[in-house]
Design a binder for this molecule. Sequence first.
Ligand code: NAD
Length: 414
Amino acid sequence: MSENLNVLTSTQAIIHEALNKLGYDEAMYELLKEPLRMLQVRIPVRMDDGSTKVYTGFRAQHNDAVGPTKGGVRFHPGVYEDEVKALSMWMTLKCGIVDLPYGGGKGGVICDPREMSMGELERLSRGYVRAVSQIVGPTKDIPAPDVMTNAQIMAWMMDEYSLMDEFNSPNFITGKPLVLGGSQGRDRATAQGVTIVIEEAAKKRGINIRGARVVIQGFGNAGSFLAKFMHDLGAKVIGISDAYGALHDPNGLDIDYLLDRRDSFGTVTTLFENTISNKELLELDCDILVPAAIENQITADNAHEIKANIVVEAANGPTTAEATKILTERGILLVPDVLASAGGVTVSYFEWVQNNQGYYWTKEEVEERLIKKMVDAFENVYTTATTRNIDMRLAAYMVGVRRTAEASRFRGWV
Ligand code: NAD
């Protein structure tokens, strides 16, 4: 039988197992197996040549028993309904794991920003906010950046919402530029969170980060900042990649040079001739492997070839359920996405808190709070996994889903 690569059904299966282990009955699974709300919209956009193009967008709100829903908006040609649903469910889990008073949400628009002008992107961003305006808002559902959306897009979205709301509403969205109420450290928060969990995982495995061999798949927002942090901690980043290929140097790559040369979509390998494939990259001999690109990269087909001691998922959904089983059986420590990449939503929460109180924190204050959240979360998941003798993904789902299930029960929904 071929492997299940559908992110929604594989997420549902683990949520089901986690709820069973926590002692909840089928009614709770019925509630949590799909988002409470899923809005599909059509967004007409005037293009630069005078024509009109209609884009399809989504906003999923998984569960708001704990508080408003929260999650990014993805602009990508491959966005589809089940993916947006799964991403909203992962946000519920992430918020539960790092203990934020939110439920999970997520949005997406089927489009290719690489082929759009700035004017077209601005009109699409504003159109998306108008289309979903009835279900979003600072106390309902708070968007943020995700794949191929950035601080500029958040600024347009915040401006559009403020115009409709007739108030300046910085707390409507996070990931904004600093001058519009963004938080110190938000742009690098995901990579910083990944770095913190790598340090914790390395301690458990007796690996010294200084001199450790690190391989990172993806050189975008998450992967490139992570390469820099690892390099600055004294690790040897021996492999990186993007959508077009991978670079490998067993003596360590020149990360500062690569950061300098990469474009705004995280492409750098096209400048080099001696590249290897992404498949070869994942199978390199290393201590720490970090998939930081796209879904379904470590599957039953290549899980036996992974040589890393620790795999840390910076990307959402890079390892299939079957591959998770294989890696765990082989004694590889797998730190799952819902834990490893929760730094982004954590600092997004800090940004929202600062917007609500109108008082802004220093970079050091943000960093200190982020470290505490991530270290506590790692320890909680790791202890759950070891005491129950289960893999880290199932442990993370148990920790992540518990609060939403409890809040739903107290509210009388189940
Ligand atoms: P990005 O668009 O900035 O970068 C993506 C990188 O992956 C680019 O270097 C791209 O070339 C590469 N890539 C694309 N297709 C590839 C392929 N087939 N093989 C190898 N590389 C490929 O995106 P990002 O913001 O860095 O996000 C990367 C992953 O991390 C996604 O799964 C995203 O959901 C997850 N994530 C990001 C954040 C964040 O704050 N940026 C937060 C949580 C999770």
